[in-house]
Ligand binder design. Structure first.
Ligand code: E4P
Length: 214
């Protein structure tokens, strides 16, 4: 399973790179707004920090503008993935970019039928939002497993990018359900390392070592 960092904050990306386990980055307009910087500047800087897929989202709602924006974003760096909303125009734009071999990430996916449309349009990634579904009492995990079954049934190569991951259990479940990628905040990545028995075991090993060598 690939790990993407879900942020636009460069200091977090620099810190995460040092962990040696981050494969790419996803951003969205809300994450970019938090940086107080222009999207183009943020994406360009991130592309210099990680040699992997970097998702940058279009703002336009109509096809023509989406294509124009996506083309501008794709000029920033070869690793830029055009993030498109799961709308009629977004799926048509996805088809357009797929035909040009430009990578796409179809976002705001909340149903299997939406994931089917994205795969048919040749999306590189589909982003089901597991956390936002859980928030309204639905099951993000059910959606992940149904999309996995659907893509396997038909041999679609679109990668399942589990998004809106809020905690360590989401990561575990997405991995076990066969998501190809999980995108998550740095705090969630860091929480994956922790287990009280690891801390306790380490404490005992160090104490025993000190006793034996004193
Ligand atoms: C990433 O591609 C998504 O935009 C992001 O994971 C959404 O997360 P949120 O639901 O926590 O805002």
């Amino acid at each position: 399973m690939e790990f993407f960092l879900d942020t636009g904050i460069v200091s977090e990306i620099k810190e995460a790179v040092l962990l040696g386990i981050i494969d790419g980055v996803t951003t969205n307009p809300s994450l970019i707004a938090k940086t107080g910087r222009k999207q183009e500047d943020v994406i360009r800087e991130i592309c210099g920090l990680i040699d992997g897929p970097i998702s940058a989202e279009v703002i336009a709602l109509d096809l023509e503008e989406m294509i124009k924006e996506g083309e501008e974003l794709s000029k920033i760096h070869k690793n830029v993935v055009i993030k498109l909303p799961l709308t009629e125009a977004g799926i048509a734009a996805c088809k357009y970019f797929s035909a040009k071999n430009i990578k796409t990430n179809v976002t705001l996916c909340f149903s299997v039928n939406q994931a089917l449309l994205a795969a048919k349009a040749g999306a590189t990634y589909i982003s089901p939002f597991v956390g936002r579904l859980d928030d309204i009492g639905h099951s993000g995990n059910d959606l992940l497993s149904e999309i996995r079954a659907l893509y396997d049934n038909f041999g679609f190569t679109t990668k399942i990018l589990a998004a809106s991951i809020r905690h360590a259990a989401h990561v575990r479940e997405a991995a076990l359900l066969g998501a190809d990628v999980g995108t998550m905040p740095l705090s969630v990545v860091k929480s994956l390392y922790r287990h009280p028995l690891t801390d306790k075991g380490l404490e005992i090993f160090i104490a025993d070592h000190k006793r034996a060598n004193s």
